[in-house]
Design a protein around this ligand. Structure first.
Ligand SMILES: Cc1cc2nc3c(=O)[nH]c(=O)nc-3n(C[C@H](O)[C@H](O)[C@H](O)COP(=O)(O)OP(=O)(O)OC[C@H]3O[C@@H](n4cnc5c(N)ncnc54)[C@H](O)[C@@H]3O)c2cc1C
Length: 433
């Protein structure tokens, strides 16, 4: 029978960071079901290309986690100024749409600016409690910006009714320009520096997986290919597929919260019911190796229904080490509510879209492709989530178990936040909690 002080479920960035902080202090095991570390922050090699699970860029905001990440990368990191755009009405305009309408046709600009000013002047007071996205965007940005970008883009991304999607996630992700910014961005100069990722970091070589690989190399307790199938927190025992029971004193979970609660054998019915209500979308990423591409863009957003993808990025513009010489690489993201995507027909429509926006001229430019699936990609913010999380975390607290990371904590967060939560969870355990 295997015994450990700490069992960590998942060897993504949250689990690996927790492990790094426990090293030499507590005995631990990371059970990672895949045969490689990194979770979503892994890189897959194919035909001379390095493909990530869509664009994975490091946004470093906090001193301790920045230091931890940069030390792990040991100089293998570049700082890059963002070039993000939006493609709509057969034109490109710089991101963010609401503050940079310059590329849009005159009629669209006029609708967006006048709608924004009307909404701004109405100064509507937000209702108490979480507001729904569809109402919020019209109240804050007005009808033009909502109809031309906010509503169609977010409908495509979330795959969930925007009249039920709540807005707790918006603050760091949706830039909020002032009237003078909107007018300047439409008729004057470009508004630079808006949004959370104006400058980002990315490994010079090896793709984003270089970070997880570096952490994994020093993790003595990492066990790949171990899938946790059930957990009893009261007894402190987990059943691992093809392996048997693992006894633990403390548990850190980084697997999706709904799956984790479903595998607990001692959770009360109310906790199971709460977890069963959590919703998420699924994202399919089509990675393409391409020749003959000329663009400096890092990524573009596609709000219009004629394009099946909500975002397309040029990964080789983050690092030219991702592709063989003379080639570029794209990542194209398509969201579904969880349905299986017909890859062959999706590919046909994607290529049509890439030609329509000018990223490629012909399908003959494609030299490599790899579909990657992210079954649980964006967790849905709705009233059920707001009600479920306190019920689940209250129970986990009584068992001294921690559920962290983007999916363990069930939130819209970033790699740096997963690292931070990993370090904090380990510190809590090391301090005797
Ligand atoms: C489309 C998309 C784009 C993104 N872009 C960015 C970006 O540009 N910048 C950024 O900072 N962040 C980005 N993110 C977020 C980033 O991917 C996450 O914040 C981060 O990688 C999450 O790390 P984690 O360790 O919390 O979870 P994960 O990476 O999901 O790791 C959890 C691990 O648990 C394992 N696991 C699950 N169940 C079990 C089980 N039963 N037994 C054993 N192991 C199990 C999984 O295999 C996985 O390895 C993006 C996310 C998505 C979906």
């Amino acid at each position: 029978m295997l015994k450990t002080d700490v069992l960590i479920i998942g060897g993504g960035l949250a689990g690996l960071s927790a492990a790094r902080a426990l090293e030499g202090k507590k005995d631990y095991i990371i059970a990672e079901r895949e045969n490689r570390p990194g979770g979503l922050a892994a890189t897959v090699k194919k035909g001379g290309f390095h493909f990530d699970y869509s664009g994975h860029l490091l946004h470093l905001r906090w001193p301790d986690t920045s230091k931890f990440i940069l030390e792990a990368l040991k100089g293998n990191c570049a700082r890059i100024e963002r070039d993000a755009r939006i493609y709509a009405h057969k034109s490109w305009t710089p991101y963010p749409f609401q503050a940079n309408l310059s590329g849009m046709p005159s009629k669209v600009k006029a609708e967006c600016v006048s709608g924004f000013l009307k909404a701004y002047n109405a100064g509507a007071v937000p209702p108490p409690g979480p507001e729904v996205f569809s109402r919020w965007t019209r109240r804050v940005f007005g009808d033009g910006i909502s109809d031309h970008f906010m509503l169609p883009y977010n409908a495509k991304l979330w795959q969930y009714p925007l009249e039920r999607l709540t807005t707790e996630w918006c603050a760091p992700f949706v830039p909020m320009p002032k009237p003078e910014d909107v007018i300047k961005g439409a008729y004057g100069g470009r508004n630079e520096g808006m949004g959370y990722n104006t400058v980002f970091n990315y490994p010079k070589s090896g793709g984003i997986g270089a970070l997880a690989n570096s952490l994994a190399m020093k993790s003595r307790g990492l066990r790949l290919g171990l899938e946790v199938e059930s957990v009893n927190l009261k007894k402190g025992v987990a059943e691992v597929r093809h392996f048997g029971p693992v006894h633990f004193r403390r548990l850190i979970n980084t697997a999706p919260l709904n799956d984790f609660i479903a595998m607990t054998s001692d959770s009360p019915a109310a906790v199971k019911r709460a977890a069963a209500k959590l919703r998420h979308n699924t994202v399919y990423v089509l990675n393409l190796g391409v020749k003959g591409v000329k663009t400096d863009m890092h990524w573009g957003y596609f709000p219009e229904a004629g394009f099946p993808f909500y975002r397309a990025g040029v990964a080789s513009n983050f690092s030219d080490s991702l592709t063989p010489r003379g080639c570029a690489s794209f990542y194209i993201e398509i969201a579904t509510p969880g349905d299986v995507l017909d890859l062959a027909s999706a590919e046909t429509v994607v290529l049509r879209g890439l030609k329509a926006c000018g990223l490629i001229k012909s399908a003959g430019q494609i030299v490599e492709k790899l579909w990657l699936k992210i079954p649980c990609a964006y967790v849905v913010y709705n009233r059920d989530r707001a009600q479920a999380l306190p019920v689940i975390s209250a129970w986990l607290k009584t068992k001294k178990a921690q559920s962290i990371g983007r999916y363990g904590a069930w939130k819209y967060s970033f790699m740096e936040e997963s690292v931070k939560e990993g370090l904090e969870a380990a510190a809590k355990i090391s301090s005797g909690w």
